[in-house]
Design a protein around this ligand. Structure first.
Ligand code: ZN
Length: 78
């Protein structure tokens, strides 16, 4: 009676190492987005990209909301 690695029934199938290697390979191969520190003084959060005009996503949102506020004020002051 040789004891096998069968540890009872209902074993949860684990992700095969080959699949994980494939995922790693995909991540490494995919073109990395260059992350740079946010250009807003006092922020400096690394997460800005060239696409986002050197702003992190937080500052992008702040910028957009600031535009909305200024636009609203201009129309209200008339
Ligand atoms: Zn920022």
């Amino acid at each position: 009676m040789a004891k096998t690695s069968k540890a009872g029934g209902g074993e949860v199938p684990i992700v095969s190492p080959q699949l994980i290697d494939g995922a790693k390979d995909f991540v490494l191969r995919s073109k990395p987005v260059r992350r740079v520190p946010c250009r807003v003084p006092g922020c400096g959060v690394v997460g800005a990209t060239e696409r986002s005009d050197g702003l992190c996503w937080v500052c992008q949102h702040l910028k957009i909301s600031a535009w909305r506020d200024s636009a609203a004020q201009e129309s209200a002051s008339e």
